[in-house]
Each structure stands twice: as C-alpha cells, then as structure tokens.
Write a protein of this length. Sequence first.
Length: 296
Amino acid sequence: MNLEQLQQQFGISNLVGFAEGRGGMTRVGLAHASGARAEIYLHGAHITSWQTAREREVLFMSCASHFQEGTPIRGGIPVIFPQFGDGPLPKHGLVRARAWTVVRTAQGADGAVKITLRLEDDAQTRALWPHPFCLQLTVSLGPALTIEFTVKNPGSAPFPFQAALHTYFQVADITQTSLFGLQGTAFEDFLHPGPAVETRAVIMFDRETDRIYVNAPDRVVLDDRGNKRKIAIAKSDMNAIVVWNPWIEKSKRLEDFGDDEYRHMVCIETSHMRAPAVLAPGAQWSGRTTLTCENG
C-alpha cells in the first residue's frame, strides 16, 4: 500500500498517522492523550522513537544508522527472529530488514493507541531458513509502552527459534547509569566465556558489556541518573535479558555507530533464547514487554 492508502485504511485522526520517513521508507506515528508519542518504521517493524508525556526521548538512535532497504536500522527497538547474534543465518536473524504489513490500528477502552504489524515467510526467507512462520508485533502506547511479539508455526514440522526485543535506551552518561534487579541471576558472558552468577545488586558500566542473563526476573530497573529518571522494564513469557554496551574499541569497529555514542546508550533486551524454544506445528508463542519511565 502507498501512504495515502495506509492513511485511509489505518489512520486515526490525531492518534495514528503515516508519513514518509528517512530513506523514503514508511513510518507511522502514534500519539496518546497524555502527550506520549511513538514512531515505528514498517521496515523491520522497528520502533525508532518513544517520547514520554513530558516530551523526553527514551530510546537511543545512532546518528550513523542506515535507513535503506536491505539494511537494519541501528538503535530503537529492533525485532530479532529466529536467531540471536551470530550463527548460520544473518546476524540477529531474518526480519530486521524486511517490510512488515499493517494488520490493524485501534484505540483501546483504556485510551491506549495500538498498531499490529505482521510478517510471513516467503521464498527469500525459506532459502535461508526452510520453515513457514507468521510473526505479529503489537505496539500499545499509553503512559507506558507495551510490545507484544507473537510467533506462529503454520507448517507441518516443529522449528527452533530465538526471539528478542533489542531495546536501545538513551542515557545521559553511561558511567552514571546503573541497572537493578539481576542479583543472583545466572549469566553467560560473550567476552569471558563460561557460566557465572551475578553478585552485584547494582550493575554499573565502566567497560564493554555483553551478557545474557538466563531465567532472568520479570522486572529490572534502569537508573539514568544523568537524566534524573528511572526506566522500569517488565517482561512476561520471555526467559532472558541481554545487557550490552560496546564501549570504546567495539564502537570504532561498528560502521553504523558513532565512535563516542557508547557514552549515551545501553541495551537492555528482553528475550526468549536459552535454550532455543521449539514451536510445534500449529502452535504459537507470545512474549510481552512493558516499558515505564518513572520521573520521565
């Protein structure tokens, strides 16, 4: 559909609007009565902005990010499926750089503004990963931001998968940022292989960090002291949390990421990946994440 058709079929006056975004790609804006706003590109079903009612941006976007067909967007909330990280498939899977379709938009009884996007397998995905699938992402904007990710298996054979919402949070200063809620949780460290358990009640950042916390609690809190705000990250039916900051040297190696941008971001990613889930024929899995900005 072109922009005019999308607006006619799915636009809602003062709440949901479609426009041409960066790189000529389609973006949709959501607006809530509280003053909160969100922006989503159909490319990757990628949330690129979430502003609180106080008009403060919560998500980090790299100044060097590409906005072009076939290339993932750097920052915001990328959708990861069916592989996290490196492996036989492209990094982080098949869906970050594909065009999703709009299924519906609505305003709920609670006033939340919602949009549901869908992506299904095609010849290109089956050439890389020989499984039929149907994905849905529902974004609900109220005073908080809620994202529900659903994976369906319409095929005749089971498939293993990993899924994640690779959320980049904007912070004033990474050295004044801390994370609460993971003490006592087992983790896998990509930089120092081998299982371990988090002993810290307060996780601080002073170096490259790349960890998967396994069987993580369903709520953690990011304290962005430089911005005098806390962000609560709550998940359900997702079994892990990834914590990532590339720090100095890796930032220089990322061609779509500014050399100093590590100072102003941290990824806290709700995910379902350890061990990879197996989805039976005809079955579906859904995971939900809600982000709430306290003192936002």
